[in-house]
Design a protein around this ligand. Structure first.
Ligand code: AP5
Length: 218
């Protein structure tokens, strides 16, 4: 199944994306993780996008379409994927359709996870991320066993630069302006599934899996 995850920053796309990818045995393709990896390695892409990401802006469409196009050219995506963080604009969604259709594929469902703004702000302000494996924690909802240390023994937990309160506000308003229109884009195609994201992680996961089963796509 070729699944797109949509929703505002901090709603839980990465958390659910990882679980769904394990559940469906598909690759979890997170553009945020791909870009953060490029920044950490100091590649030309990383150097280009670093300041945009730190300030909570969007990387230009042509750059993102190139990055995702290259990833989707790999053979492991033929049977399915969980795409998290892309598309984020209507031109990206149109480009995704073009890339997939060349291989006789298409998006099967776009799952939109939503939650009230106060839930999103609290999730972003409490998020901590492992510097080595990118595993995500939350200081209250999903704390590590030892404060500041990844449970998998990989590395130190840090706060993302773009989780600062002022940047968070900008990311949320950018989402409303440029990404929320994608909900209509997929609704008109009959591919949109909306899921409430404010409950505990297990509950949100069950809801997504049940919605997909109810829609007859799994
Ligand atoms: P990206 O990493 O995709 O950021 P985002 O969309 O803003 O999403 P987040 O990673 O902030 O949140 P999430 O929804 O994944 O939540 P999470 O699961 O971590 O992109 C970063 C940047 O890269 C962008 O700002 C942009 O600059 C650039 N970029 C990426 N793709 C791009 C594109 N296509 N075009 C242009 N630019 C692009 O959860 C958040 C917290 O809540 C965690 O602490 C978690 O533990 C906790 N939590 C999750 N679920 C629950 C729950 N059910 N109950 C309690 N706590 C929960």
């Amino acid at each position: 199944m070729h699944l797109v995850l949509l929703g505002p920053p901090g709603v839980g796309k990465g958390t659910q994306g990882l679980r769904l990818a394990q559940h469906f045995r598909s690759p979890h393709i997170s553009t945020g993780n791909m870009l953060r990896d490029a920044v950490a390695k100091g590649t030309p892409l990383g150097q280009k996008v670093r300041s945009i990401m730190d300030l909570g802006g969007l990387v230009p469409d042509d750059v993102m379409i190139g990055v995702v196009g290259d990833r989707l050219a790999e053979s492991d995506v033929r049977a399915g994927f969980v795409l998290d963080g892309f598309p984020r604009t209507v031109p990206q969604a149109e480009a995704l359709d073009g890339i997939l259709s060349k291989n006789g594929l298409g998006v099967d469902r776009a799952v939109v996870i939503d939650a009230p703004i106060e839930v999103i702000v609290s999730r972003l302000s409490g998020r901590r991320v492992c510097t080595v494996c990118a595993r995500t924690y939350h200081v209250q909802n999903d704390p590590p066993r030892s404060p500041g240390q990844c449970d998998d023994g990989h590395g130190e937990l840090i706060q993302r630069e773009d989780d600062r309160e002022d940047v968070t506000r900008d990311r949320i308003s950018l989402y409303a302006r440029l990404t929320a229109p994608l909900v209509d884009f997929y609704r008109k195609k009959g591919l949109m599934l909306k899921v409430a994201g404010e409950g505990p992680q297990d509950e949100v996961f069950d809801h997504i899996v049940r919605s997909l089963a109810g829609a007859g796509v799994v």
